[in-house]
Design a protein around this ligand. Sequence first.
Ligand code: MRU
Length: 359
Amino acid sequence: MFSNDDLSSLRWDATSGAVEIIDQTLLPHTLRWVHLDSLDAYCHAISYMQVRGAPLIGITAAFGLAHALQENPSDAGMAEAFESLLATRPTAVNLRWALEKILAEVTELLPFARAEAALQCAVELRAEDIANCARIGDNGLALLRQLDAGDTLNIMTHCNAGWLATIQWGTALAPVYKALAAGLKLHVWVSETRPRNQGTNLTAWELGRAGVPCTVVADNSCGQLMRQGQVDCVIVGSDRTAANGDVCNKIGTYLKALAAADNNIPFYVAVPESTIDWRCPAGDQIPIEARDAAEVLAIAGIDAAGENREINLAAAGTRAANPAFDITPAKWVTSLITEHGSFDASEEALASLRVQLGC
Ligand code: MRU
Protein backbone atom coordinates (compact mmCIF):
# COMPACT_ATOMS: atom_id res chain seq x y z
CA MET A 1 0.00 0.00 0.00
CA PHE A 2 1.18 3.56 -0.84
CA SER A 3 4.43 2.06 -2.17
CA ASN A 4 5.17 4.60 -4.93
CA ASP A 5 4.67 7.79 -3.01
CA ASP A 6 7.47 8.15 -0.50
CA LEU A 7 8.13 11.78 -1.31
CA SER A 8 4.58 12.89 -1.72
CA SER A 9 2.65 15.20 0.57
CA LEU A 10 -0.71 13.45 0.00
CA ARG A 11 -0.97 9.79 -0.91
CA TRP A 12 -3.94 7.87 -2.11
CA ASP A 13 -4.30 4.12 -2.09
CA ALA A 14 -6.06 2.73 -5.15
CA THR A 15 -7.09 -0.50 -3.41
CA SER A 16 -8.57 0.79 -0.17
CA GLY A 17 -9.33 4.35 -1.31
CA ALA A 18 -7.56 5.66 1.81
CA VAL A 19 -6.09 9.17 1.72
CA GLU A 20 -3.21 10.17 3.97
CA ILE A 21 -1.38 13.45 4.40
CA ILE A 22 1.82 14.38 6.16
CA ASP A 23 0.92 16.43 9.24
CA GLN A 24 3.11 19.45 8.46
CA THR A 25 2.51 21.04 11.84
CA LEU A 26 4.81 18.35 13.29
CA LEU A 27 7.71 18.84 10.88
CA PRO A 28 10.68 18.87 10.95
CA HIS A 29 10.83 16.86 14.17
CA THR A 30 8.19 14.22 13.45
CA LEU A 31 7.11 12.74 10.13
CA ARG A 32 3.58 11.50 10.76
CA TRP A 33 0.99 10.42 8.21
CA VAL A 34 -2.61 11.23 9.07
CA HIS A 35 -5.56 9.34 7.60
CA LEU A 36 -8.34 11.68 6.45
CA ASP A 37 -11.65 9.90 6.97
CA SER A 38 -14.36 12.55 7.27
CA LEU A 39 -15.27 15.92 5.79
CA ASP A 40 -14.41 17.46 9.16
CA ALA A 41 -10.95 15.88 9.07
CA TYR A 42 -10.34 17.37 5.60
CA CYS A 43 -11.52 20.83 6.68
CA HIS A 44 -9.44 20.65 9.84
CA ALA A 45 -6.34 19.55 7.92
CA ILE A 46 -6.54 22.62 5.68
CA SER A 47 -7.56 25.28 8.20
CA TYR A 48 -5.19 24.02 10.91
CA MET A 49 -2.40 23.88 8.26
CA GLN A 50 -1.60 20.18 8.57
CA VAL A 51 -1.57 20.64 4.80
CA ARG A 52 -0.69 24.02 3.37
CA GLY A 53 0.70 25.53 0.19
CA ALA A 54 -1.71 26.57 -2.55
CA PRO A 55 -1.58 23.50 -4.82
CA LEU A 56 -1.76 21.01 -1.95
CA ILE A 57 -4.69 22.86 -0.38
CA GLY A 58 -6.56 22.50 -3.68
CA ILE A 59 -5.84 18.81 -4.17
CA THR A 60 -6.71 18.01 -0.55
CA ALA A 61 -10.02 19.84 -0.92
CA ALA A 62 -10.74 17.87 -4.10
CA PHE A 63 -10.30 14.56 -2.24
CA GLY A 64 -12.36 16.02 0.62
CA LEU A 65 -15.29 16.77 -1.66
CA ALA A 66 -15.04 13.30 -3.18
CA HIS A 67 -15.13 11.82 0.32
CA ALA A 68 -18.15 13.94 1.29
CA LEU A 69 -20.01 12.72 -1.79
CA GLN A 70 -19.55 9.12 -0.66
CA GLU A 71 -21.47 10.00 2.49
CA ASN A 72 -24.04 12.34 0.97
CA PRO A 73 -24.19 12.72 -2.82
CA SER A 74 -27.39 14.80 -2.87
CA ASP A 75 -27.38 18.33 -4.32
CA ALA A 76 -27.71 19.76 -0.82
CA GLY A 77 -24.92 17.57 0.57
CA MET A 78 -22.64 18.53 -2.29
CA ALA A 79 -23.31 22.26 -1.86
CA GLU A 80 -22.73 22.05 1.89
CA ALA A 81 -19.44 20.18 1.53
CA PHE A 82 -18.30 22.60 -1.17
CA GLU A 83 -18.97 25.60 1.09
CA SER A 84 -17.33 23.99 4.15
CA LEU A 85 -14.14 23.23 2.24
CA LEU A 86 -14.10 26.61 0.52
CA ALA A 87 -14.32 28.38 3.89
CA THR A 88 -11.16 26.74 5.27
CA ARG A 89 -8.69 29.33 3.94
CA PRO A 90 -9.39 32.44 1.89
CA THR A 91 -6.29 33.35 -0.11
CA ALA A 92 -5.04 30.45 -2.24
CA VAL A 93 -7.27 30.35 -5.32
CA ASN A 94 -6.40 26.69 -5.91
CA LEU A 95 -8.99 25.80 -3.31
CA ARG A 96 -11.90 27.17 -5.36
CA TRP A 97 -10.23 26.07 -8.61
CA ALA A 98 -10.05 22.42 -7.52
CA LEU A 99 -13.53 22.36 -5.97
CA GLU A 100 -15.03 23.86 -9.13
CA LYS A 101 -13.23 21.25 -11.25
CA ILE A 102 -14.95 18.53 -9.22
CA LEU A 103 -18.35 20.22 -9.43
CA ALA A 104 -18.02 20.58 -13.19
CA GLU A 105 -17.45 16.83 -13.46
CA VAL A 106 -20.21 15.63 -11.17
CA THR A 107 -23.08 18.13 -10.99
CA GLU A 108 -24.92 16.74 -14.02
CA LEU A 109 -24.53 13.13 -12.85
CA LEU A 110 -27.13 11.21 -10.88
CA PRO A 111 -26.22 11.28 -7.18
CA PHE A 112 -25.22 7.59 -7.01
CA ALA A 113 -22.49 8.19 -9.65
CA ARG A 114 -21.02 11.34 -8.14
CA ALA A 115 -18.57 10.01 -5.55
CA GLU A 116 -16.78 7.73 -7.99
CA ALA A 117 -16.47 10.46 -10.65
CA ALA A 118 -15.28 12.99 -8.07
CA LEU A 119 -12.61 10.63 -6.79
CA GLN A 120 -11.43 9.98 -10.33
CA CYS A 121 -11.19 13.73 -10.93
CA ALA A 122 -9.25 14.28 -7.66
CA VAL A 123 -6.81 11.53 -8.63
CA GLU A 124 -6.31 13.17 -12.03
CA LEU A 125 -5.76 16.61 -10.47
CA ARG A 126 -3.13 15.07 -8.24
CA ALA A 127 -1.32 13.48 -11.19
CA GLU A 128 -1.54 16.70 -13.22
CA ASP A 129 -0.08 18.67 -10.34
CA ILE A 130 2.98 16.41 -10.30
CA ALA A 131 3.45 16.75 -14.07
CA ASN A 132 2.94 20.53 -14.02
CA CYS A 133 5.41 21.06 -11.21
CA ALA A 134 7.99 18.97 -13.07
CA ARG A 135 7.51 21.24 -16.10
CA ILE A 136 7.88 24.34 -13.93
CA GLY A 137 11.13 22.80 -12.76
CA ASP A 138 12.37 22.37 -16.33
CA ASN A 139 11.35 25.90 -17.29
CA GLY A 140 12.97 27.34 -14.17
CA LEU A 141 16.13 25.34 -14.79
CA ALA A 142 16.48 27.07 -18.17
CA LEU A 143 16.51 30.44 -16.34
CA LEU A 144 19.00 29.19 -13.75
CA ARG A 145 21.32 27.99 -16.52
CA GLN A 146 21.40 31.57 -17.86
CA LEU A 147 22.60 32.82 -14.46
CA ASP A 148 25.06 29.99 -13.87
CA ALA A 149 28.67 31.14 -14.18
CA GLY A 150 30.12 27.86 -12.96
CA ASP A 151 30.48 29.03 -9.34
CA THR A 152 27.91 28.20 -6.74
CA LEU A 153 24.54 29.65 -7.69
CA ASN A 154 22.95 31.31 -4.66
CA ILE A 155 19.17 31.15 -4.74
CA MET A 156 16.95 32.75 -2.13
CA THR A 157 13.46 31.48 -1.35
CA HIS A 158 10.72 32.36 1.11
CA CYS A 159 8.14 30.22 2.88
CA ASN A 160 7.79 26.70 1.51
CA ALA A 161 6.96 26.17 -2.15
CA GLY A 162 8.51 22.73 -2.39
CA TRP A 163 6.94 19.30 -2.67
CA LEU A 164 5.35 19.74 0.74
CA ALA A 165 3.31 22.60 -0.72
CA THR A 166 2.30 20.66 -3.82
CA ILE A 167 2.29 16.88 -4.31
CA GLN A 168 5.81 16.36 -5.61
CA TRP A 169 8.59 18.69 -6.87
CA GLY A 170 7.06 21.95 -5.67
CA THR A 171 6.81 25.19 -7.62
CA ALA A 172 9.64 27.51 -6.50
CA LEU A 173 11.79 24.55 -5.43
CA ALA A 174 11.20 22.46 -8.57
CA PRO A 175 13.90 24.38 -10.52
CA VAL A 176 16.26 23.81 -7.57
CA TYR A 177 15.67 20.04 -7.64
CA LYS A 178 16.03 19.97 -11.43
CA ALA A 179 19.24 22.01 -11.20
CA LEU A 180 20.64 19.66 -8.58
CA ALA A 181 19.90 16.68 -10.84
CA ALA A 182 21.52 18.51 -13.76
CA GLY A 183 24.73 18.95 -11.77
CA LEU A 184 24.63 22.72 -11.15
CA LYS A 185 26.40 23.85 -7.99
CA LEU A 186 23.79 25.38 -5.74
CA HIS A 187 23.17 26.93 -2.39
CA VAL A 188 19.78 28.09 -1.14
CA TRP A 189 19.15 30.92 1.33
CA VAL A 190 16.04 29.90 3.22
CA SER A 191 14.24 32.77 4.85
CA GLU A 192 12.71 31.57 8.10
CA THR A 193 9.21 32.96 7.35
CA ARG A 194 7.86 34.20 10.62
CA PRO A 195 5.43 33.70 12.17
CA ARG A 196 4.79 30.07 11.10
CA ASN A 197 8.41 29.40 10.13
CA GLN A 198 7.68 27.42 6.98
CA GLY A 199 11.22 28.20 5.78
CA THR A 200 12.95 26.82 8.87
CA ASN A 201 10.54 23.96 9.53
CA LEU A 202 9.68 22.78 6.04
CA THR A 203 11.97 24.16 3.32
CA ALA A 204 15.22 23.52 5.17
CA TRP A 205 13.99 19.99 5.99
CA GLU A 206 13.01 19.30 2.39
CA LEU A 207 16.27 20.64 0.96
CA GLY A 208 18.32 18.84 3.59
CA ARG A 209 16.67 15.51 2.73
CA ALA A 210 17.41 16.10 -0.94
CA GLY A 211 21.05 17.01 -0.30
CA VAL A 212 20.73 20.65 -1.39
CA PRO A 213 23.12 22.88 0.60
CA CYS A 214 21.04 25.53 2.33
CA THR A 215 21.27 28.11 5.08
CA VAL A 216 18.36 29.42 7.13
CA VAL A 217 18.40 33.16 7.74
CA ALA A 218 16.13 35.47 9.68
CA ASP A 219 13.64 37.17 7.38
CA ASN A 220 15.22 40.51 8.11
CA SER A 221 18.66 39.39 6.83
CA CYS A 222 17.58 38.98 3.25
CA GLY A 223 18.03 42.57 2.08
CA GLN A 224 21.53 42.74 3.51
CA LEU A 225 22.53 39.46 1.83
CA MET A 226 21.35 40.88 -1.48
CA ARG A 227 23.34 44.11 -0.96
CA GLN A 228 26.44 42.04 -0.23
CA GLY A 229 26.16 40.23 -3.58
CA GLN A 230 25.39 36.90 -1.97
CA VAL A 231 22.17 36.25 -3.88
CA ASP A 232 21.98 35.46 -7.61
CA CYS A 233 18.21 35.20 -7.81
CA VAL A 234 15.08 34.89 -5.72
CA ILE A 235 12.41 32.27 -6.50
CA VAL A 236 9.13 32.19 -4.62
CA GLY A 237 5.68 30.68 -5.15
CA SER A 238 2.26 32.28 -5.39
CA ASP A 239 -1.08 31.62 -3.74
CA ARG A 240 -3.03 33.68 -6.23
CA THR A 241 -1.86 35.50 -9.32
CA ALA A 242 -4.03 38.30 -10.65
CA ALA A 243 -4.73 38.77 -14.36
CA ASN A 244 -2.38 41.78 -14.43
CA GLY A 245 0.57 39.72 -13.10
CA ASP A 246 0.44 40.89 -9.47
CA VAL A 247 1.26 37.96 -7.19
CA CYS A 248 0.05 37.18 -3.71
CA ASN A 249 2.39 35.04 -1.61
CA LYS A 250 3.47 34.51 1.97
CA ILE A 251 3.87 37.68 4.03
CA GLY A 252 7.38 39.07 3.51
CA THR A 253 7.56 38.27 -0.20
CA TYR A 254 6.96 41.91 -1.18
CA LEU A 255 9.93 43.18 0.84
CA LYS A 256 12.19 40.63 -0.85
CA ALA A 257 10.97 41.77 -4.26
CA LEU A 258 11.77 45.40 -3.38
CA ALA A 259 15.24 44.50 -2.15
CA ALA A 260 15.85 42.37 -5.25
CA ALA A 261 14.82 45.23 -7.55
CA ASP A 262 17.10 47.66 -5.71
CA ASN A 263 20.01 45.27 -6.24
CA ASN A 264 19.24 44.19 -9.84
CA ILE A 265 18.63 40.62 -8.75
CA PRO A 266 16.14 38.56 -10.80
CA PHE A 267 12.95 37.91 -8.85
CA TYR A 268 11.12 34.88 -10.24
CA VAL A 269 7.68 33.67 -9.23
CA ALA A 270 6.80 30.05 -9.95
CA VAL A 271 3.12 29.92 -10.84
CA PRO A 272 1.13 26.88 -11.91
CA GLU A 273 -1.91 27.74 -14.04
CA SER A 274 -4.06 26.68 -11.08
CA THR A 275 -2.93 29.73 -9.10
CA ILE A 276 -3.97 32.24 -11.76
CA ASP A 277 -7.26 33.88 -10.90
CA TRP A 278 -8.56 35.10 -14.25
CA ARG A 279 -11.52 36.68 -12.47
CA CYS A 280 -9.25 38.90 -10.39
CA PRO A 281 -7.97 41.91 -12.35
CA ALA A 282 -5.36 43.14 -9.84
CA GLY A 283 -3.63 42.12 -6.63
CA ASP A 284 -5.49 44.62 -4.44
CA GLN A 285 -8.64 42.53 -4.88
CA ILE A 286 -7.10 39.35 -3.45
CA PRO A 287 -8.41 38.50 0.04
CA ILE A 288 -5.55 38.41 2.53
CA GLU A 289 -5.96 35.85 5.28
CA ALA A 290 -5.76 37.31 8.79
CA ARG A 291 -4.60 34.52 11.08
CA ASP A 292 -4.69 34.28 14.84
CA ALA A 293 -2.49 36.89 16.53
CA ALA A 294 -1.28 34.16 18.88
CA GLU A 295 0.92 32.86 16.04
CA VAL A 296 2.95 36.07 16.23
CA LEU A 297 3.17 36.16 20.01
CA ALA A 298 4.35 32.59 20.57
CA ILE A 299 6.76 30.17 18.97
CA ALA A 300 6.58 26.39 18.82
CA GLY A 301 9.36 23.83 18.80
CA ILE A 302 10.77 20.92 20.75
CA ASP A 303 12.91 21.11 23.86
CA ALA A 304 16.10 19.16 24.63
CA ALA A 305 14.01 16.23 25.87
CA GLY A 306 12.16 16.06 22.55
CA GLU A 307 8.91 17.41 23.98
CA ASN A 308 6.74 19.78 21.93
CA ARG A 309 6.69 23.22 23.53
CA GLU A 310 5.03 26.52 22.78
CA ILE A 311 6.88 29.50 24.22
CA ASN A 312 5.25 32.90 24.76
CA LEU A 313 7.39 35.71 23.36
CA ALA A 314 5.43 38.72 24.51
CA ALA A 315 4.10 40.13 27.74
CA ALA A 316 0.56 39.06 28.60
CA GLY A 317 -1.98 41.32 26.93
CA THR A 318 0.29 42.37 24.04
CA ARG A 319 -1.66 43.01 20.85
CA ALA A 320 -0.53 41.60 17.53
CA ALA A 321 -1.75 41.46 13.94
CA ASN A 322 -1.07 38.55 11.63
CA PRO A 323 -1.67 39.15 7.90
CA ALA A 324 -0.56 35.88 6.30
CA PHE A 325 0.08 37.05 2.73
CA ASP A 326 1.13 40.13 0.81
CA ILE A 327 0.90 41.43 -2.73
CA THR A 328 3.94 41.94 -4.92
CA PRO A 329 3.05 44.22 -7.83
CA ALA A 330 3.87 42.78 -11.25
CA LYS A 331 6.45 45.49 -11.92
CA TRP A 332 8.82 43.90 -9.38
CA VAL A 333 8.54 40.40 -10.86
CA THR A 334 11.24 39.54 -13.42
CA SER A 335 9.42 36.50 -14.82
CA LEU A 336 6.58 34.16 -14.05
CA ILE A 337 7.65 30.54 -14.38
CA THR A 338 4.71 28.34 -15.37
CA GLU A 339 4.23 24.85 -16.73
CA HIS A 340 3.56 26.55 -20.08
CA GLY A 341 6.86 28.45 -20.14
CA SER A 342 8.35 31.56 -18.55
CA PHE A 343 7.16 35.05 -19.44
CA ASP A 344 6.70 38.62 -18.21
CA ALA A 345 4.38 39.24 -15.31
CA SER A 346 2.16 41.50 -17.39
CA GLU A 347 -1.48 41.74 -18.33
CA GLU A 348 -0.55 41.26 -22.01
CA ALA A 349 1.52 38.11 -21.43
CA LEU A 350 -1.16 36.57 -19.21
CA ALA A 351 -3.91 37.48 -21.68
CA SER A 352 -2.01 35.74 -24.45
CA LEU A 353 -1.55 32.65 -22.22
CA ARG A 354 -5.30 32.69 -21.62
CA VAL A 355 -5.98 32.71 -25.35
CA GLN A 356 -3.49 29.85 -25.81
CA LEU A 357 -5.24 27.85 -23.07
CA GLY A 358 -8.72 28.70 -24.32
CA CYS A 359 -10.02 29.42 -20.82
O1 MRU B 1 0.35 29.73 4.60
P1 MRU B 1 0.94 28.73 3.67
O2 MRU B 1 2.06 27.93 4.28
O3 MRU B 1 -0.12 27.85 3.04
O4 MRU B 1 1.57 29.60 2.50
C1 MRU B 1 2.20 28.96 1.44
C2 MRU B 1 2.85 29.91 0.50
O5 MRU B 1 2.79 31.09 0.66
C3 MRU B 1 3.52 29.33 -0.71
O6 MRU B 1 4.59 30.14 -1.09
C4 MRU B 1 2.50 29.28 -1.85
O7 MRU B 1 1.36 28.56 -1.46
C5 MRU B 1 3.07 28.68 -3.07
S1 MRU B 1 3.25 26.94 -2.82
C6 MRU B 1 3.70 26.13 -4.17
